[in-house]
Design a protein around this ligand. Structure first.
Ligand code: FAD
Length: 303
């Protein structure tokens, strides 16, 4: 059995594996797709001490660093079940069962997509999901935010300070964001909000986004908005489906953790975007991966 088995190979999982292996204990890491969301990222400019890098480079660095230690790296393996018996058991899609004294869950999250024509084609070419990450790329340009919940309105307020103009498109007839955020957004001269708007298509010139199409759900009329950037803010979905009924999740599916990365199941820790920890960022998920590994080590020496 392992001492620490990390499930997930994004920045949180990589950090957890390195911190754990540095304690000289048996460490394994199993990941469906090593690198996680970072693999899909073009420019990274907020990974402190590295002025600019890109996803594939950072992923290669993560893997090299992990393999520098005595870590069992199991790539392209998906966990489908977790159960606590004498050990914590993690079942993989291929039927294998891995046993460990402790587990760090770092399975990350995925942005909910609009599923409209053009979205995939222009992903990273104007279609973006993270305002903290990609906002500055649209400096002085027109952008749209899809979604009028808290993250959408926060994104609009954030972007308003950088870009020329922000159009928020909300599907429903009211904004779901907190009142104070809505008031703030409405007070900004370069933010406009359109309700009852169903985005139907991302438009591009073959290279980059040039606009979007939406249908007014009240009148059924179709409209065009010309924008260079589209921030899709309709939800971040934690990859925690396989953990339902095994440990405490919030109603949005995030794993509930405390300051030591402990979940509701003793010996099982969690880190990164899959957890309740706020602000989903590379540097933050790495920090929480380190926390969870140290939490697991603490747990082991007390057994
Ligand atoms: P993830 O990166 O999501 O990794 C999860 C890992 O778990 C993956 O290896 C996945 O394959 C694996 N996994 C999932 N389910 C299972 C399972 N059942 N079994 C086994 N393995 C599983 N942040 C920044 O700080 N700066 C940026 O510039 C930036 N740009 C971004 C651009 C894009 C397009 C996106 C999508 C995100 C961006 N982010 C950025 C956010 C950042 O990528 C995430 O906050 C970070 O990757 C979270 O790390 P994580 O390890 O928690 O999860």
């Amino acid at each position: 059995a392992y001492d620490v088995l990390v499930v997930g190979g994004g920045p949180a999982g990589a950090a957890a594996a390195i911190y754990s292996a540095r304690k000289g204990i048996r460490t394994g890491i199993v990941a469906e797709r090593f690198g996680g969301q970072v693999s899909d990222t073009m420019a990274i400019e907020n990974f402190i001490s590295v002025k600019a890098t890109d996803g594939p480079k950072l992923v290669a660095g993560l893997e090299q660093h992990v393999l520098d230690y005595d870590v069992d790296l199991m790539k392209t393996q998906k966990a489908v079940r977790l159960e606590k018996k004498e050990f914590v058991e993690v079942e993989l899609e291929n039927g294998a069962i891995l046993k460990s004294k402790t587990v760090v869950l770092a399975t990350g999250a995925r942005w909910r997509e609009m599923n409209v024509p053009g979205e995939q084609e222009y992903r990273g070419k104007g279609v973006a999901y993270c305002p903290h990450c990609d906002g500055p790329l649209f400096k002085g340009k027109k952008t749209a935010v899809i979604g009028g919940g808290n993250s959408g309105i926060e994104a609009a307020i954030d972007l308003a300070g950088i870009v020329e103009h922000v159009t928020v498109l909300e599907f429903g007839d009211t904004l779901r964001a907190d009142d104070v955020l809505v008031k703030k957004a409405e007070s900004l001269p370069n933010v406009s909000i359109i309700k009852n708007a169903m985005t139907t298509e991302v438009l591009g010139d073959g290279e980059r986004v040039i606009g979007l199409k939406y249908t007014d759900r009240k009148t059924d009329e179709s409209h065009l908005v010309d924008v260079a950037g589209i921030f899709v803010q309709i939800g971040l979905v934690p990859n925690s489906e396989f953990l339902k009924d095994t440990l405490e999740l919030t109603n949005r599916g995030e794993i509930v953790v405390n300051g030591h990365g402990e979940t509701s199941l003793p010996g099982v820790f969690a880190a990164g975007d899959v957890t309740t920890a706020p602000y989903k960022q590379i540097i933050i998920s790495m920090g929480s991966g380190a926390t969870a590994a140290l939490g697991a080590f603490d747990y082991l020496i007390r057994q």
